[in-house]
Design a protein around this ligand. Structure first.
Ligand SMILES: Cc1cc2nc3c(=O)[nH]c(=O)nc-3n(C[C@H](O)[C@H](O)[C@H](O)COP(=O)(O)O)c2cc1C
Length: 175
């Protein structure tokens, strides 16, 4: 198979992105799978994760660890997606998890709404001790509420087009 979209999603944001990415991929030699149902092999993987404490969950960590000799693109959602510097840090951290015998194609991160339990946690932290940092987190919660939105999905489609192009460009020097 040419493309496999593999993703982990607890509340549906990353799944939304995954479906958009799958639709945007050209041809018919493609599949989309939840990480827990992952099976089969492909030439190029789009691996989707949600950010948990600054990195992906254990399921994605384990999956990336098992990938060898593949082309790999990453995509994900996080509450702090509006903070570009933060997203760059997360992307770099994620890229470092891909074993070196793969070819990394790039990554795409956008904002994903946070669950009400996350807000409750922020509020409890604020009650214990208010600070500019905790106020920023509460603001980020509000700003994330409508994401991923149409624009995020459009950006995801553009990301796919760039990756597909990059993958074809690199074809000559690969393998
Ligand atoms: C336990 C937990 C930890 C989280 N940690 C972070 C984090 O470190 N940074 C961040 O930007 N968002 C964080 N988030 C927010 C999620 O990454 C965000 O809501 C994401 O879009 C969820 O994706 P999903 O709907 O695919 O599960 C966290 C959410 C939860 C529930």
């Amino acid at each position: 198979m040419e493309y496999l979209v593999i993703y982990s999603s607890q509340t549906g944001n990353t799944q939304k992105l995954a479906l958009e990415i799958f639709e945007a991929l050209p041809g018919k030699s493609k599949d989309i799978q939840k990480i827990e149902e992952q099976s089969g092999e492909a030439d190029t993987y789009f691996v989707g994760f949600w950010v948990r404490r600054g990195i992906c969950g254990q399921d994605i960590l384990d999956f990336l660890d098992r990938l060898h000799g593949k082309k790999v693109a990453l995509f994900g959602t996080c509450g702090m997606g509006g903070d570009r510097k933060y997203c760059r840090q997360v992307s770099r951290r994620m890229e470092a998890l891909i074993p070196e015998d793969n070819r990394y194609l790039g990554s795409f991160l956008c904002t994903g709404k946070m669950s009400p339990q996350v807000l409750e946690k922020f509020r409890a932290m604020q009650e214990r001790e208010d600070s500019p940092g905790i106020r920023e987190l509460i603001q980020a919660y509000r700003e994330a509420m409508l994401h991923p939105d149409e624009r995020d999905l459009k950006n995801a489609r553009t990301f796919v087009q760039e990756i597909v192009h990059e993958r074809e460009e690199g074809e000559g020097s690969w393998g």
